[in-house]
Design a protein around this ligand. Sequence first.
Ligand SMILES: [Zn+2]
Length: 613
Amino acid sequence: MSSHTYNATGVRWDLTDLFRSHDDPAIQETLAACRTCAERFAERYRGTICVPGGPPPERLLAAIREMEALQSDLERAGAFAGLLYASDTTRPEHRDLRERVEQHLTEIGNLVLFFELEWLEVAEDAAGALIEHPTLAAYRHFLRQARRMRPHTLSEPEECLLNERDNTGPRAFGRLFTELTSSLSFPFQRNGRDERLTLSEILALSHAPDRDVRRLAHETLFQVLETQALVLTFVYDTLIQDHLTVDRLRRFPHPMAARHVANEIDAKAVEQMLAVTERNYGEAQRYFRVKARLLGLPRLALYDQYAPIGAEAPRSTFERAREVVLEAFDAFSPVFSATARQFFERRWIDAEVRPGKQDGAFCASPSPAVHPYVLCNHTGNLRDVMTLAHELGHGVHGWLARKQTLLNYDTPLTTAETASVFGEFLVFDRLLATETDPRVQLALLCGKIEDAFATVFRQAVLTRFEQAVFARRKAGRFTPDIVCRLWLDANRPYYGDAVELTDCYRWGWSYIPHFIHSRFYCYSYVFGELLVLSLYRQYKDEGASFIPKYIAVLEAGGSDSPESLLGSLGVDFHDPAFWQKGFDEIRALVERTEALADSLATQAGSGRARGAL
Ligand SMILES: [Zn+2]
C-alpha cells in the first residue's frame, strides 16, 4: 500500500455546526450581540454583587445564568476561529479571523470582569451563606472555588499594573527563552553529511536504533546548550525570583501554593503522591536493567533510555485504527463506543495529514452547547492509534459532561486526563491481547512502560528539582554550576546505579519549557497518570460494577472538586495505598516485560541474537 493509504486522506472535520465559513456574517452578529449583552450585564449588575450582606441569592443566580449564556456564545465563536486556524494555519483569512475574535473576546471579557472581583469582595459570612443557599446549589462549587483566590487577589489597579508590566517582565523572559532555544542549531553528521538540526530534531534522535547516533545526539545537544549557559541561567534565575516576589505580594505561603489552588488539590496530597513515587524508583531501575539486557548492554546509559525494542507493529490505516479503538471502547462500555462512533460518523474529527494543518493532536470541548472536536495527524504508526484513543477519550468525557452547565463543565488539570489516558489503556490492552508476534508484544509493552515513566517518574524528578531550586534561591543568585548540581542531585535517586549518568547531562534542566512558562506544572502529569493507572487497576479488580460509577464521574464534568467527585469511586488522595495501586499496575507491566524477555532469550538461544530483539 502507498503511504497515501495511511494518511487518512479526506478525513476532515465539518465545522458547520459552529459557523458556515470564515466570512459567515453570523460570526460578526454573534460577537456584536455578545458585546451588547455584556454591556447590559454591566449596567444591571455592577455594584450590586458586593453589597453589605451580599446580593439576594436569586439575583446572584440570575447573574450567573446570564454570564453562562454570554460565555457560551463567546466559546462558540472562539472555538470556530481556533479550529479553522488549526485546520490550515497558513491561510491569511484564518489568521485574521482568529485575531479579530480574540480581540473581541478580550474586550468583552473586560466588560464583565467586575463580576467575579465583586464576588471575591463579598464579606466572608455573607458569601458563606450564599454558597450554602439551596437556590445556588448548582453553582456551589464554582462559587467556592472562585473564593479560594480571595486572599491572593490584589486591588483592581494593582492587578492591572501587574498584568501590563508582565509583558515586559516575566513574559518577556519567557519569549527570550523560546526564541533562543528555537533558534539554536545543532551540528550533526548523518550518513556522511553535515546537517544542522533543530532542538526537536536532535531530541527525536534519542529514539534512534543506532547507539552511536543516540550518544552523539545526546552529547551535541548539551554541548550546544552549554554555549548558552549565561543566558539560560539568567532567564531561569530571574523567573524564579519573579515568582517568589509575586508569591510574597499575593501572600501565597509557598512556591507551589498558587498551582495547588488552580489544580483544586492540597499540598499534603501532592507530597504524599511524590513520596510514594520516590519509594517506587526501584521499579524503574528494575525495568532499566531488563532494557539493558534486551539491548545486550551491561548497563544502560542515559541516551539508551528511549532506544527502540522489539519489532514495530505493522502500520494501520485510519479505518483500521478506528476499528481497533471502537472495539476496545465497546468491550469496556457501549456508552464509550457509541459516543466515539459519532466523531467518525458526524465528522467531528480531522485526522488527515496535509500541509498547513496544525501538528500534533488535541480535543477541543468548548462548551456543553457544542460537541467536542478532535484533531490528529494520522500516519499509520502505533503511536497514532494510541493518540486517537487518547483524544477520543477526551471527546467521550466532553460529550458525557454536556449535561452540566458551562461553569460546571471543565475539569482542572489534575482530572483532565481521566478518560483520555484510560482510553489509551483500553486500546493498549486490546492490542497486546490480540498480538501474536512476541517481538511486537515486547515493543508494545516497552512503549507503554516508557510512556508511563516519562509522565510519572520523570515528572516527579522535575518537581523535586523545582522544589530544590526554589528553596536554594532564597540564599542568593544562581550560577550555572549551582543549578547543574541541583539537577543531577534530583536525578540520581531515580536512575540509581541502573543507568549511567553522563557528565554533560548536568545541562538537562536548561531546555525544559515548563520550568520557564508554567512553574510546578509537572506534578499534574504525575497526578493524572497515576490516577488513571489506579482507576484502571480498580476496574480490573471490580469488573462491571466499576463502569457505571466511572461514567457518572465523567458525566459530572467539573461540577465539584476532584476529591469529592472521585470520592464516589472510593478514591482517597491522602491515602498512600491509593497512589501505590498505580505503581502496582506499572509493576505488572514490568514483570510481563521481564517474562517476555526471558522467553525470547531462551528461544534465541545463548549468545545468539542478543541485542537484536
Ligand atoms: Zn490529553
